[in-house]
Design a protein around this ligand. Structure first.
Ligand code: ZN
Length: 414
């Protein structure tokens, strides 16, 4: 009889599912017994249980300039949705970066370049809501985590795009931007950079201080990465809200102007803020910066040749130069490991405690990474190293993102 067949089939399936369930339950019991008996915590489950927030990646430029699809697992670069999921990343602050030499240190082109990047990030969540959720607050990050999505957030790198207009700070806030660093490697008229001569003597002028006050009013975090020492102190003395460094490290270990001195780290912690440690060897490894400068001289003809042979736009030529530099750095410079990142985290913890440190990879913004944290997919290796050094699971949660959630909660505007 026809109807008997499906009936038996359903019964069989139900019985099989029941048995499989029993076996599964037993296996789970066994696993939890093993975990309970073992004294070492399981790094991967601690990593997955934490909310991991990377404060800085330059990936959106790849979306615009190289037309990459972040839904695919890309064969180059450091970041995409597939590798972010594999690495247990929950939230990514995308850097809205305007290269002043290519797009101007202000003016229409700089504003457009920033706006295009903002639009590209907003489009991620609109086109792929199953993967991404646009977030502008700690609550938004937590919601995305609950929904199993990656939170996409935005920060403005260098104040070029506000075009020396205070009302543009609110405009970017309204578009969803939640942090800004006043200068990248080239000083603005109102804020000194650590990357040029002007920055040696330039801090914030009155307009710059008003920008910081406006950011405080709105609830946009002030980022000190890239600014000059003088600008750092002016920011810390002006801001009434916690100040952050989105991708910096410690000058006491790697003596480069981009890094923070111990006094700066103490002052930043006093505001309630967080130093998010960068993953870039130049800012991590003592002496690496000097070696890199030597290599840059050696490979200059090769880099120029690649640039000349690239028929495309100025942006394409820069990409061609960066590709050669990345290849040659890998060949000619000593490898640096995730343990060095943790040395910087350790140093900050010893200075100001575990509540003032986080992570800011600078993925897709650098031509070299550490060997065992080479892309976002390797993020669990950081947790493993932290646990090996004796950090507790709750310390790891704070470092991976908990501290930044606290700072984001404290930024809420008026
Ligand atoms: Zn940067």
């Amino acid at each position: 009889m026809q109807w008997l067949k499906p009936y038996f089939l359903i019964t069989f399936c139900l019985a099989a599912a029941f048995l499989a369930g029993c076996v599964k339950t037993n296996m789970k019991d066994e696993k939890s017994t093993t975990v309970a008996q073992s004294s070492t915590p399981d790094p991967l489950s601690i990593h997955k249980g934490a909310i991991a927030i990377d404060m800085h990646a330059d990936t959106v430029q790849r979306v615009l300039d190289e037309d990459v699809n972040l839904q695919d697992q890309l064969s180059d670069g450091h970041f995409d949705a597939v590798r972010a999921k594999a690495g247990g990343l929950d939230a990514q602050f995308f850097s809205i970066w305007v290269e002043p030499q290519l797009f101007g240190g202000g003016g229409e082109r700089a504003v457009k370049r920033a706006d295009d990047q903002v639009a590209a990030i907003r489009a991620l969540a609109e086109k792929h809501p199953e993967t991404w959720a646009l977030a502008t607050s700690a609550a938004g990050v937590r919601r995305a985590v609950q929904d199993g999505k990656i939170a996409a957030l935005m920060g403005l790198e260098g104040g070029y795009a506000i075009d020396e207009r205070l009302d543009n700070v609110q405009r970017y806030y309204d578009l969803g931007v939640r942090y800004m660093s006043p200068a990248w490697s080239i000083s603005t008229s109102w804020a000194g950079s650590s990357g040029d001569e002007a920055g040696a003597t330039r801090g914030l002028n009155e307009f710059g201080r008003n920008v910081v006050r406006e950011m405080n009013r709105l609830g946009m975090m002030v980022d000190v990465s890239h600014v000059s020492d003088k600008t750092f102190w002016d920011i810390v003395n002006t801001s009434t809200k916690p100040v952050i460094a989105t991708h910096s490290a410690c000058r006491a270990i790697a003596d480069v102007p981009r890094n923070l001195t111990d006094d700066m780290i103490r002052a930043l912690a006093k505001t309630g803020g967080v130093v998010n440690v960068i993953f870039y060897p130049e800012h991590l490894e003592p002496g690496w910066s000097q070696l890199k400068k030597k290599v840059d001289v050696e490979i200059a003809p090769m880099v120029q040749e690649a640039s000349a042979n690239e028929p495309g736009s100025a942006v394409r030529k820069k990409l061609a130069r960066d590709r050669v530099r990345a290849r040659e750095f890998a060949r000619r410079l000593p490898p640096v490991y995730v343990s060095r990142i943790v040395d910087h985290i350790d140093h900050i913890v010893k200075l100001v405690g575990v509540d003032h440190v986080g992570i800011g990879s600078d993925f897709d913004g650098v031509q070299s990474t550490t060997t065992d944290l080479a892309t976002v997919a390797d993020l669990p290796n950081l947790t493993k190293e932290l646990l090996q050094r004796g950090y507790s699971a709750s310390d790891v949660e704070k470092i991976l993102g908990g501290n930044m959630l606290r700072v984001m909660d404290a930024q809420q505007g008026e």
